[in-house]
Design a protein around this ligand. Structure first.
Ligand SMILES: O=C(O)C(=O)C[C@]1(C(=O)O)C=C[C@@H](O)C=C1
Length: 292
């Protein structure tokens, strides 16, 4: 039985990984951690087989903290990626937000608690509906909901999943509050062993490329190595190396497995230019439709 490290029950990550492993005959052991750092360390320390990492979402883009953990703090390969909807809701006690007319009066909500990424996904809603409310950030959306549950009578609310509202027997004060519909999060499964529980035709390889200093046009040549081989890239993003101001590496997602003809030679060509290439993983990719 595999052990999976993930944010607390009722978080988007927890819902998402349960969908990935909703396979007949697969039994899992879940290890819930309050903070993403502990989710990573659980697998680093051999307590879990895999860690679940939300890496990017439709509204906010890359979750930089998590990208940085993957790149700088740990050395664990990516073994799968999948996509899951992030539907956020305002959760609290209807009795604490009751207006004179019997409807809801959000001016009675004094504080909104959630994960910073979830807050960022609902900024317009918060500006329009709860401009007066204090915002508090916590390690996951489900932690916010739990804090609201444990503190009745304060006029506090959380942003989180319907599952977290139900688990904590709280009311959904407003449903689907993200600023854009179709808010999806891309998750990574990281750990030492390949993920074989499901198969997908779509394969990806993620690499980190650090350019040599004093080499004008280096990025152009890196991209050319992929381009003339008609290798498709689905993402390229620069992040600071954290070693020197102005030094960046490129995080690149390539839409093919590492052992596909042409990819090894493209990476060799890039190394020959004097670039450093680090493979972050080669893995199957699942759409939400594939997991339904
Ligand atoms: O707090 C949660 O529920 C999480 O699973 C974390 C996380 C994230 O880190 O991006 C995951 C998906 C949501 O979009 C918001 C937060």
């Amino acid at each position: 039985m595999k052990t999976i490290a993930v944010l607390p029950a009722g978080s988007v990550s927890d819902e998402a990984v349960k969908r990935l492993f909703a396979i007949e005959g697969e039994e899992m052991n879940w290890k819930h951690h309050r903070l993403i750092a502990d989710v990573f360390m659980s697998t680093v320390n051999g307590i879990s087989d895999y860690s679940v990492v939300p890496i990017e979402n439709t509204i906010e883009g890359s979750v930089n903290l998590h990208v940085d953990w993957l790149v700088h703090e740990v050395d664990m390969p990516i073994q799968a990626e999948w996509v899951y909807p992030s539907i956020q809701n305002l959760i609290g006690r209807a009795s604490e937000a009751a207006g004179e007319d019997g409807g809801l009066d959000f001016s009675k909500i004094k504080k909104v608690i959630s994960h910073p990424v979830a807050i960022a996904q609902c900024l317009q809603f918060l500006r329009n509906e709860l401009p007066h409310a204090e915002i508090e950030t916590v390690g996951s959306t489900s932690e916010g909901v739990k804090i609201v549950k444990e503190n009745p009578g304060q006029g506090w609310a959380a942003i989180g999943t319907m599952t977290a509202a139900a688990n904590n027997e709280l009311d959904v004060l407003s449903q689907g509050i993200t600023d854009h519909d179709n808010n999806f999060t891309r998750f990574l499964l990281v750990g030492p062993e390949p993920f074989t529980a499901r198969q997908s035709e779509a394969q990806k390889t993620s690499v980190l490329i650090t350019l040599p200093e004093d080499f004008p046009g280096a990025l152009h040549q890196v991209l050319a190595a992929f381009a003339w081989r008609k290798i498709n890239l689905s993402k390229i993003e620069s992040r600071p190396t954290k070693k020197k101001l102005g030094n960046y590496y490129f995080y690149i997602d390539i839409e093919m497995a590492l052992d596909t003809v042409l990819l090894p030679s493209a990476l060799e060509e890039i190394e020959a230019l004097g670039c450093q290439v680090r493979i972050l993983g080669t893995y199957p990719s699942f759409t939400y439709e594939q997991l339904k």
